[in-house]
Design a protein around this ligand. Structure first.
Ligand SMILES: NC(=O)c1ccc[n+]([C@@H]2O[C@H](COP(=O)([O-])OP(=O)(O)OC[C@H]3O[C@@H](n4cnc5c(N)ncnc54)[C@H](OP(=O)(O)O)[C@@H]3O)[C@@H](O)[C@H]2O)c1
Length: 358
């Protein structure tokens, strides 16, 4: 049997501003044989999250920095190609915290729920492998039923709590999180306004994802356009962007409105960046509003409940999602991640790994 080689991206220098491919070293090492209770996973799909850029820095974050000399952390989906674990045979599709690499030794999870790949289990040394249910596409476990879907679920439904007739504004609306968040608000009976960059994303949001209105922030003034669409104000603003977009949304917040701070990608999430604004926080005071932040893992105890509901809406077609799939070698991981910050992705950003050796 030929020896399998693991190609892996090891963080060897902390990036300054935008991450670059040469902040990493591509290592090639022989794949180990799985031990008792372990399986060898061939990684087929890597998921990208803006937070990854923060994990490359030393600065404080909700998760510890990736240590220099270690494989970059990432959620991924792959197939079991070796090992002798009875209920996780060769051919099983699994998800887990597998990192930027082509192969990984993992320990099949005893959890009955197969979609909990986002739990940071690296403290266990060997990552857990969760079976992906056979009746959903494997990549769904990384997006609509993975971290971003869960983020949208808890951020929108638990923190935001949209009510029928509310006006709900979502920024980063054509992204993995925003697109699901907006659809959940609409399912709750709200009128939805998405903020996104460019005509292609705007079209997708209204024609496919069912948003009622879109503001193209690259070509329109957010503050003025939201005011035209919702002269009575925005009851709930779900913000993924921060900076001037957050400021434009706050300017339109209704009396007793709610702002959910899900993320601030416009800062670039590098230690060097100085986040901008918003300069109008006093609006929150004078309109008696509430502003809340959260991290999806705050709700880890309820992930099973949320994935079951999300999966139900996916199966009955009420919830749609998009994927932006790049294809090739694991060394494309940095440029693929940077697509999130350049706004080149529509929906969940993924890298499909091409393997030479199976
Ligand atoms: N709180 C949590 O637990 C949690 C969990 C997961 C994700 N998040 C946050 O949720 C947000 C979305 O994450 P995601 O994984 O779903 O990514 P995503 O929305 O699929 O992709 C990022 C999008 O952000 C937009 N963007 C980038 N730079 C921007 C800028 N300067 N101004 C305005 N928009 C910009 C781009 O869309 P346009 O083309 O429209 O600009 C890009 O497509 C991020 O802020 C992320 O950090 C939070």
């Amino acid at each position: 049997m030929t020896t399998r080689i693991n190609r892996r991206m090891v963080l060897t220098r902390r990036p300054v501003w935008t991450a670059k491919t040469d902040d990493f070293t591509v290592e090639q090492i022989p794949v180990q044989t799985p031990g008792p209770g372990e399986v060898l996973v061939r990684v087929d799909w890597i998921a990208f999250d803006p937070a990854m850029r923060g994990w490359m820095s030393e600065g404080p974050s909700y998760a510890p920095p990736v240590p220099l000399g270690e494989v970059m952390r990432a959620h991924a989906v792959g197939e079991v190609v070796a090992g002798e674990v009875a209920d996780c045979p060769v051919g099983t599709v699994v998800s887990g915290n597998f990192g930027w690499q082509t192969h990984v030794i993992a320990r099949p999870s005893r959890s009955a729920v197969g979609l909990l790949a986002h739990v940071h289990d690296e403290r266990l040394g060997v990552p857990l492998a969760h079976k992906v249910p056979e009746d959903v596409p494997p990549t769904a476990a990384l997006g609509v039923l993975g971290t971003t879907g869960l983020t949208a679920y808890f951020g929108m439904l638990e923190l935001g709590q949209p009510r029928p007739g509310d006006v709900v504004l979502v920024s980063g609306a054509a992204g993995a999180t925003g697109s699901v968040a907006g659809q959940l608000a609409r399912m709750a009976g709200a009128r939805t306004i998405g903020i996104a960059g460019g005509p292609e994303k705007s079209r997708w949001l209204t024609e496919v994802a069912g948003f009622d209105h879109v503001v193209d922030y690259k070509n329109e003034d957010v503050r003025g356009r939201v005011a035209e669409i919702a002269p009575g104000g925005v009851d709930l603003f779900y913000d993924n962007v921060g900076g001037s977009v957050l400021e434009g949304g706050i300017a339109n917040i209704a009396q007793r409105g709610t702002v959910v701070l899900c993320g601030g990608i416009s800062s670039g999430y590098s230690d060097e960046a100085t986040p901008v604004g918003p300069r109008n926080l006093s609006t929150i005071t004078v309109r008696s509003c509430v502003m809340k932040g959260f991290i999806v893992t705050d709700f880890a105890a309820r992930f099973a409940e949320a994935t079951a509901r999300l999966a139900g809406w996916v199966r009955d077609g009420r919830l749609v999602w998009a994927e932006d799939v790049q294809t090739g070698d694991v060394s494309l991981a940095v440029t693929t991640m940077n697509r999130l910050f350049d706004g080149n992705n529509l929906g969940k950003q993924l890298l499909r790994l091409e393997h030479g050796d199976g």
